[in-house]
Design a protein around this ligand. Sequence first.
Ligand SMILES: [Zn+2]
Length: 160
Amino acid sequence: MSFRIGLGIDFHQLIAGRDLWLGGIKIEHTKGALGHSDADVLLHAICDALLGAACLGDIGLHFPDTSNDYKNIDSKILLQKTSILIGEAGYKVGNIDSTVCLEEPKLKPYISAMQKTIAEILLIKENDVSIKATTSEKMGFVGREEGVAAYATVLLIPFE
Ligand SMILES: [Zn+2]
């Protein structure tokens, strides 16, 4: 077995009347992400990157949005479950690099708490969880504050 790389991408609509969860942390904002679960776009992108690296399909396959089991579920639980699948496949997480694309608010005050939360779930160090934030310079659905996107890459290392 050798190193495996994975890529995850996710998008959610932003609407009034929902909480905004990113990286397992609740963000103060006037809008939140719409979804079947808590719609944590960053955790979903990381789950998909982990599953992709292990060639285990995607988040929709393992946690279908048609299932009541996952209605409004805390995505930290999905990340935990994904982590178990990766372990069963014989891998541990090397590092993660990710970017959240969001026009407002600024995420800098939250990044450290997100890193800590994700690192604790995946049993890795905080500096193995890179989280970056960018706007889309007022362009497109992110720029119009209609939605949020996240991209993640991960490296998996075999246990042996
Ligand atoms: Zn999602």
